[in-house]
Design a protein around this ligand. Structure first.
Ligand code: FUB
Ligand code: ZN
Length: 615
């Protein structure tokens, strides 16, 4: 494949759209466990996760750091706590990833390892249900005194792991630990108890998962109560409060929120929790707040990579349109959070604008967080490097490696959603899945070269003909596409970014979708001072970058003519297989793939060649 395209500049001016998100969820995702991924881009990543990422996490948790020893010590009630006060959460997040991996690749040895960990976790639980190795080993008398100490955050991650493991294996030992911890929390806090504002959100969305799996509405109610604790001045974070309430999203009641503030990952988990509670309560005020927040995040505070959080100082948000490249924080966890949150927003409305952001954050901001081998991680994801920024196997604060460990094997979650009469295809990757259409079982098969080329073939198998809609997402980056059913051109109206193919489907029907995928130069919103006079290169869902390994001469002086022409070519042996983009004197690689070779400089936004501007 070798083609030449002349690029055109597009202005990335993102417009506000109306508030049409109110109400209960329109659609339900097809779970990753129902989807069997067989894809030239993703299958290798899932293999590396199974073989390398999980192994790194186990080794770090058991041998290189004291994370598992903390549980052993807490069970004995003696010994020191080592590491950070929220290190338990990494054990839980890795365990959640292991549970997902088991669903993709059954593995008795890995399951035995999970059971061993769960025994140790369970042994560290106090008789009243409380569980947290930091306070157990440093003084239980001080528990529940500092809202920034992540006790509920750790409980939330334990709950997500427990639900994942229960769904993967049917084993409920860890789930019972979580139920006892949740009941303990509800015996201390709540309308009849003490007030509490979790300094790091996470428990809210986890309690909704606990509600889903137990059917106990009290957990949903507690999640809603915790959300409504915020923004009333109840928060108290340690003796010497380093951060104001705005850092914790505790400045404004959740229903009145309209601007993202503070710590980026906390904000993402809060918005997910708001969406999850609203999905069951039908709370339109929460949804309206989420709509306002989405506009503010995406149109003023998001990088082209789908990453958020401009500053290392607060691991979060600074000011609108302040998007520095070299010092961009863009924590991997925040990009994963963007996927989680946009996926939830999509389910309320079926609006492709959420899937577009989900895809952007997935393929760029989040995927950059893990090496091609799956054994090294980025915590911070700048859009420019002077050569000193590299992936590491682990971090003192290891939230990002454990985040990627749980996120990657669950990518199958984001491909399909079902609604009353429609099957929605949100992401394109090769897979087979058992789904329903208009309540009837259907087997769907997707094959595609995405993200390297825009051809997608969908096949449907069913016992009886089924009347219903297949809704295929037309990504916002795509300006031209063709659509055919059984080889015949098919005119389908596009509603909110989805082509609606409404017909009676027969066994063996096929759909062929071809997206034009030219190389494009992208200009930032002119209010982003850092990117004035610069362009980024994008093709399909992928943002590209220049890396010194490909451009060794005069890297700092490289510029891009405004009328640049581009070629692109699939290189199977380069960086595990990429489409490389070239323009005279410049070689671009996908941003996610940088820092997998010799260390060097990198940049996403490239200055325009001075004498070519406005030609
Ligand atoms: O505080 C827990 C996690 O550690 C946060 O989500 C990350 O930003 C890192 O600070
Ligand atoms: Zn992180």
């Amino acid at each position: 494949m070798k083609k030449v395209f002349f690029a055109f500049a597009i202005l990335l001016v993102l417009s506000c759209s109306g508030n049409d998100g109110a109400g209960l969820k329109l659609m339900t995702p097809v779970k990753f466990s129902e989807v069997s991924i067989d894809d030239s881009f993703w299958s290798g990543r899932l293999q590396k996760h199974k073989d390398n990422t999980v192994a790194v996490c186990i080794d770090q948790i058991e041998n290189q750091t004291g994370r598992m020893r903390n549980f052993e010590n807490a069970a004995k009630g003696e010994g020191e706590h080592s590491g950070i006060f929220f290190d338990d959460s990494d054990v839980y997040k890795a365990l959640e990833g292991m549970a997902y991996s088991l669903q993709l690749f059954p593995n008795p040895a890995l399951e035995a390892k999970c059971d061993e960990w769960i025994d140790k976790i369970s042994a560290a639980q106090q008789s009243d249900g409380y569980i947290n190795t930091y306070y157990t080993l440093t003084g239980l008398d001080r528990r529940w005194t500092d809202m920034d100490k992540h006790e509920m955050y750790c409980a939330g991650h334990m709950t997500e792991a427990a639900v994942a493991y229960y769904l993967a294996t049917g084993k409920r030992k860890l789930l019972d630990v979580c139920i006892r911890m949740a009941d303990h929390m509800m015996s201390v806090f709540g309308p009849e108890g003490r007030q509490w504002v979790p300094g790091h959100e996470e428990i809210e969305l986890a309690l909704v998962k606990l509600y889903e799996v137990t059917g106990e509405k009290k957990y949903l109610d507690f999640a809603g109560w915790l959300l409504d604790q915020r923004g009333h001045g109840y928060g108290s974070y340690g003796d010497e409060r380093t951060w104001p309430g705005i850092y914790y999203q505790d400045e404004v009641p959740v229903r009145e929120l309209s601007r993202i503030t503070g710590h980026a990952v906390r904000a993402m988990y809060l918005y997910c929790g708001m969406a999850d509670v609203a999905a069951y309560t039908g709370d339109t005020e929460l949804i309206a707040a989420l709509d306002r927040l989405w506009d503010h995040v995406v149109n003023r505070n998001m990088y082209i990579t789908g990453g958020i959080g401009q500053s290392a100082r607060n691991e979060g948000i600074t000011e609108d349109y302040d998007l520095p490249n070299l010092t961009a924080y863009c924590e991997t966890c925040a990009s994963v959070g963007m996927v989680y949150w946009n996926w939830r927003m999509l389910q309320f409305t079926g609006d492709g604008k959420y899937a577009d952001v989900m895809e952007r954050s997935l393929y760029n901001g989040a995927l950059a967080g893990i090496s091609l081998e799956g054994d090294k991680f980025f915590y911070v994801n700048p859009l420019e490097s002077t050569g000193g920024h590299h992936r590491q196997e682990w971090y003192g604060c290891a939230c990002c490696p454990s985040q990627i460990c749980r996120f990657l094997p669950s990518i199958g979650n984001y491909i399909y959603c079902g609604s009353d009469k429609a099957l929605w295809v949100n992401l394109y990757m090769g897979n087979e899945a058992d789904v329903t259409l208009s309540g009837k079982p259907v087997r769907i098969n997707q094959s595609t070269g995405y993200p390297w080329d825009g051809s997608v073939a969908v096949k449907l198998q069913m016992e009886q003909p089924v009347k219903g809609e297949l809704r295929l997402r037309i990504p916002s980056w795509c300006r031209n596409y063709t659509l055919a059913v059984n080889g015949q051109a098919f005119a389908a109206p596009v509603e909110k970014g989805y082509a609606v193919l409404s017909r009676k489907w027969n066994n063996g029907d096929s759909v062929e979708l071809v997206f034009d995928m030219p190389v494009e130069m992208v200009a930032a919103d002119p209010r982003v001072k850092e990117d004035v006079g610069k362009r980024a290169v994008q093709r399909g869902p992928l943002v590209y970058c220049l890396e010194e390994a490909d451009n060794p001469d005069g890297f700092d002086a490289l510029t891009l003519p405004e009328n640049a022409g581009f070629e692109f070519e699939y290189k199977p042996d380069k960086l595990s297989g990429i489409v490389e983009i070239t323009s005279p004197g410049l070689t671009f690689i996908p941003y996610y793939a940088w820092d997998n070779r010799s260390p060097g400089k990198m940049k996403v936004w490239v200055p325009l060649t001075q004498n070519t501007i406005n030609q």
